[in-house]
Design a binder for this molecule. Structure first.
Ligand code: SF4
Length: 352
């Protein structure tokens, strides 16, 4: 640890002591260890959404990427303030669905209205969640996409699934939706022949997480050749052809639970973000935990937050500077927040 980091640690300790129960720090599993070490609560998107909705703390500091802090801001009560140490930490997946593109697609896809519902993965910005909430839809996470899509198909003829094509396809596959009933909408090249899209039960937005799509079928083959007893476990943001070859597929929390409960001596090749894989390796020394791919893919945006960023935000909060650039305060316009909250509440209701 260098001098700046040691100073940051002292500032964080002092701020935590001073703010006490007024402060809660959330950290996503993909954050660096130096940040996770200070979290009151670490989790995946669903776990952190639930805890954000339940916390009484006045100051919520969210270490993750921007859409996660926005989600906490949407769920915050009056008097609560949400901060993110790196406001520049975006999500490449979320950035692939822009509100103007989604509105244009919706207008092209929905005559006559009323039979189609939008569902968005929480990895999307507040405007997209607001759009979904306004049109009667719900958010979902990788942990509950199955339940949310089941709800959508029960109540509507057609579903527009944003913005992760692979999570949408992998979930539809589990629900036994035939490939002929699925169409993929590419927002960069919107189709002009809409007949296929108007027939499809599920329209997937062509978007992907640039970390998870890097795992390839050849990686699975290489692991099996090298470690014949290895079990391959992957996140559903991975490509369908990788999921098809894996032994298990599930959300971040599912991956953590499965490996921690596995027998000693077992070998796991994990297809997800490297910070999490490295932590699983450290926390399960009796098992062999490998990345499914070498070199392992990691999320550049999740890696941005350093202990010094956390210290800067906490120091600014303590000094009463809740609105300056230093704090990275996250605010969502009231109308967007209300509509996005409707989509998040619907998810929490479907999955409670
Ligand atoms: S891992 Fe993928 S989905 Fe998660 S924040 Fe990074 S780019 Fe976005």
């Amino acid at each position: 640890m260098n001098e700046l980091e040691m100073q940051a640690v002292a500032q964080i300790e002092a701020a935590k002591k001073q703010l006490g129960d007024d402060l809660v720090i959330f950290a996503h599993h993909y954050q660096r260890d130096e940040v996770v070490a200070w979290a009151d609560s670490r989790g995946d998107s669903l776990e952190l959404s639930r805890r954000a909705a339940a916390t009484q703390a006045r100051y919520i500091v969210f270490c993750g990427v921007r859409f996660m802090a926005e989600t906490a801001a949407v769920l915050a009560r009056p008097g609560q303030h949400v901060f993110t140490p790196r406001p520049d930490a975006g999500c490449i997946l979320a950035d692939q669905a822009r509100i103007a593109q989604v509105e244009a697609a919706w207008a092209a896809l929905t005559p006559p209205p009323g039979d189609m519902v939008p569902i968005t993965y929480v990895n999307s910005d507040a405007q997209i969640k607001g759009f979904v909430g306004r049109h009667g839809g719900a958010t979902c996470t990788s942990a509950n996409a199955h339940d949310v899509l089941t709800w959508a198909f029960r109540h509507y003829q057609r579903v527009l699934f944003l913005p992760d094509q692979h999570l949408g396809y992998n979930t539809a596959h589990r629900l036994e939706v035939p490939d002929d009933d699925i169409a993929v909408w590419d927002p960069r090249f919107p189709p002009t022949d809409l007949a296929r899209f108007q027939r499809a039960r599920l329209i997937l937005w062509r978007g992907a997480c640039n970390v998870h799509v890097r795992f390839l079928p050849a990686d699975v083959q290489q692991i099996r050749d090298r470690y014949p007893t290895a079990r391959v476990i992957v996140h559903p943001e991975c490509r369908e052809d990788v999921v098809a070859l894996a032994d298990a597929v599930g959300s971040t929390s599912y991956i953590i639970r499965t490996i921690s409960e596995a027998p000693s001596g077992s070998v796991w090749a994990v297809g997800t973000e490297e910070h999490l894989v490295a932590r699983l390796r450290a926390e399960n020394p009796d098992k062999k935990v490998l990345s499914l791919r070498e070199p392992p893919p990691y999320c550049v945006n999740m890696s941005l937050t350093r202990v010094t960023d956390l210290a800067r935000v906490l120091t600014a909060i303590v000094s009463g500077d809740k609105t300056g650039d230093k704090t990275g305060i996250v605010e969502v316009p009231a109308e967007t927040a209300a509509a996005a909250r409707a989509a998040l509440d619907r998810m929490l209701e479907i999955t409670k």
